[in-house]
Design a protein around this ligand. Structure first.
Ligand SMILES: N[C@@H](CCC(=O)N[C@@H](CS)C(=O)NCC(=O)O)C(=O)O
Length: 225
């Protein structure tokens, strides 16, 4: 069984999870692959104990163990799972242009949002309300409003349910936008397609595994629902 190393913690304002490891959780859930969670203390992400750097040289999550094999980096793990578990396909099989489109949006969402504008909003929720850097949080929201959400709104322009045709690897990191904004409640005025899209993402069965309303103890393995 695959073991997913991640960081998750229950707070009064919702259950918070590593955004990148949540990508892996969604892929495992979408493909119905049996797994279990190994939940590392959030402090490991900066202390980086040797048992962690032995598995991931940068001491980050996620990494997975599949038998004797260790794989790190959410995008690489996603591609590995796609190679090993072909159904349902999350990357188009044959058309090179369609494959590139999915990977391009996945890369954009990862670099621009998960590494860029989401952490300034999300990291403060791991602290008490009076310790949060509010101007920094607002800067993250402004980055979403000015750069990222207009692009997502445009990608959804043809009224499609998902970002690249069928639900795909490109939608996976955008699930984390749905997760973070469910806690943050940032208004989405001016982005009606994004607002409806995030609701659709929250309606998928796999979202339960990362929902801020699902406690850590209730999402430690493949959902049986
Ligand atoms: N490119 C990596 C990024 C992973 C990442 O940055 N994970 C965060 C948690 S969401 C982390 O471990 N941060 C600790 C650090 O940056 O040292 C991936 O896709 O897995």
């Amino acid at each position: 069984m695959i073991v997913l190393y991640t960081t998750e913690r229950d707070y009064p304002w919702g259950t918070l999870r590593s955004t990148h490891a949540s990508k892996t959780k969604i892929v495992l859930e979408e493909k119905r692959i049996p797994y279990r969670i190994e939940n590392l203390p959030p402090g490991h992400l900066w202390k980086k104990p040797p048992e962690m750097t032995a598995k991931h040289p940068l001491g980050k999550v996620p990494y997975i163990l599949d038998g004797d094999l260790t794989i790190y980096d959410s995008t690489v793990i996603g591609e590995y799972l796609e190679d090993c578990y072909s159904w349902p396909a999350l990357i188009p099989r044959t058309d090179p242009a369609a494959r590139a489109r999915v990977r391009m949006v996945e890369q954009f969402a990862d670099e621009a949002i998960l590494v860029g504008n989401l952490p300034p909003i999300w990291m403060p929720y791991w602290s008490d309300p009076d310790k949060r850097d509010k101007p920094r949080m607002e800067k993250g929201r402004e980055g979403l409003r000015t750069r990222d959400l207009p692009y997502i709104e445009q990608l959804l322009a043809d009224g499609a349910d998902w970002i690249c045709g069928d639900f795909s690897m490109a939608d996976v990191p955008l699930m984390m936008v749905a997760m973070v904004l469910e806690v943050d409640q940032m208004p989405l005025d001016g982005f009606p397609r994004v607002a409806r899209y995030l609701e659709r993402l929250r309606g998928r069965r796999s979202y339960r595994a990362i929902s801020p309303r699902t406690k850590v103890a209730d999402a430690t393995a493949l959902s049986s629902l």
